[in-house]
Design a protein around this ligand. Structure first.
Ligand SMILES: [Zn+2]
Length: 478
């Protein structure tokens, strides 16, 4: 289809100030950018007073199942997101030949989509679902570990590591963009660095990157970064620090230390990437040992006690007349939101010019962290416009060209002739997240039109025809 966005202010995605221009879309591409364009038979859309930007790239998601189970992708397209990266934190839906219900991971990301014995099979299912957004997939270390070992809460044998290497090889051949890990979590914690290096080497042979949820994001964050960088050097591939943070009250203020370390590592010649979600609370499984009273912990979902969704563990403990830890035990299996970071650290990480935005939203949670629906509008509205942490054009750059270049997404992340028509049109005065910790599942304000490869994914508060998303591959020059 042909579409003409008339009279908008175009942000090119590279951080340049907005220019008044029309944008013509023909088929899946941007055909022209310039003043007073006139295109025969185009659907003309009045974009006057609106920002026309490249669609946003969510570099860190757990949308593995939802891209198949609900391909309209409303929590994402309603924020202007046109591409999601799945397979993060070491977990994915493939390769999984024996569906596992226990342990962390699958229930949080499957969303009824099931699991897949091969990575190629998973990617075929994504393509067949015709999601509204583009999808780039990583293969998860924990997932291949569980597949190769069964019980993964022990060190792997040489034969098991060999088996893991062949699983990563299959995934990379099928189109994975790299390896992800979640060394913090129980099924990965027992992995030695050498095991991860062996798998990262397979990813590197295929031009992949290594994205990691560090072994420790709290007291031992610097040591965990050392390990991640050592893995990157040994396997010779870029390291992406996922949802970079310093957690735990004792560590508040240490972002300055971790950011200095990233800068020093880069100066020494090693490629380091990072992303962040714009909130000072985290979210993952409910872990009773973390309910020690030092930070507030809120229930995101609970299997046996869904009536407690959205309430603080402290509150539940008071009602039940038991300790916090006991209350947490009784809520399991459950997900939680941890108010564990310092706003100053979040700002320091956001303000670093090489930081990308990754929502880390958990789409299957009953009471999700608001980052699922709000991350991108919150950066644009709250942090850029209201708090003036950086100009709007710079905020958009982090979400578009920076992410596209880091991830190897050729032809994306920019508004220019010949680029893929992934576009977000929004009102800079109104844009903002409406998702809160109390009411998290609410579409953002100010996103008026979202186009993915030329297909309308979101328009005036409702999903469009969608179906424009594609499976993407990481393309590197090497
Ligand atoms: Zn993670």
């Amino acid at each position: 289809m042909t579409m003409l966005l008339k009279g908008g202010l175009v942000l090119d995605g590279e951080g340049n100030p907005p220019i008044a221009a029309d944008v013509a879309i023909a088929g899946d591409r941007i055909a022209a950018v310039g003043p007073n364009l006139d295109v025969a038979d185009a659907e003309t859309i009045d974009a006057s007073g609106r920002i026309v930007a490249p669609g946003f790239i969510d570099t860190h998601t757990h949308d593995d199942g939802v891209v198949i189970a609900d391909p309209r992708m409303i929590p994402k397209v309603s924020q202007g997101v046109t591409t999601v990266v799945v397979g993060n934190c070491g977990i994915g839906l493939a390769p999984v030949s024996q569906p596992r219900v226990e342990g962390m991971g699958l229930p949080a990301i499957s969303g009824g989509a099931g699991t897949f014995p091969t990575f190629a099979g998973y990617l075929r299912a994504v393509a067949a679902a015709k999601p509204a957004v583009n999808v780039l997939a990583l293969v998860g270390h924990t997932t291949v570990r569980q597949e190769a070992m069964g019980d993964a809460r022990r060190p792997a044998t040489a034969a098991e590591i060999c088996r893991m290497e062949s699983l990563v090889e299959e995934a990379m051949r099928a189109g994975a963009a790299g390896l992800s890990s979640g060394l913090y979590y129980p099924d990965a914690r027992t992995a030695a660095m050498a095991e991860v290096v062996a798998l990262a080497r397979v990813a590197a042979r295929h031009g992949g990157l290594y994205a990691t949820h560090l072994r420790d994001e709290e007291d031992g964050v610097v040591e965990a970064m050392d390990e991640a960088f050592a893995i990157g050097r040994a396997a010779e591939l870029p390291v992406l620090l996922s949802h970079h943070k310093v957690g735990g009250r004792r560590n508040w203020g240490r972002a300055f230390e971790t950011l200095a370390k990233i800068a020093a590592t880069r100066r020494a010649g090693q490629p380091v990437l990072l992303d962040v979600y714009p909130y000072s609370a985290s979210s993952t499984a409910l872990m009773p040992e973390r309910c020690d009273g030092s930070i507030a912990v809120r229930v995101a979902w609970s299997g046996p006690h869904p009536e407690m969704n959205g309430r603080d563990v402290d509150d539940v403990a008071a009602e039940w007349g038991c300790s916090r830890t006991e209350a947490a035990e009784r809520l399991l299996p459950a997900g939680a939101i941890y108010f564990m970071m310092d706003e100053r650290d979040v700002r320091a990480i956001l303000a670093e010019p090489t930081t990308m935005i990754g929502s880390d939203g958990l789409p299957c949670d009953a009471h999700p962290h608001p980052r699922l629906w709000g991350s991108f509008p919150r950066v644009l509205g709250h942090y850029a416009r209201d708090e003036k942490l950086f100009p709007l054009a710079e905020a958009v750059r982090r979400m578009t060209s920076l992410a596209a270049d880091n991830l190897g997404l050729a032809g994306r992340g920019r508004i220019r002739p010949g680029a893929f028509a992934d576009v977000a049109v929004f009102d800079a005065a109104r844009i903002g997240s409406r998702a809160t910790f109390e009411t998290p599942a609410v579409a953002a304000d100010g996103i008026e039109l979202v186009v993915v490869n030329g297909a309308v994914a979101w328009r005036d508060g409702a999903p469009g025809a969608g179906g424009g998303g594609r499976l993407l591959r990481r393309e590197t020059e090497a």
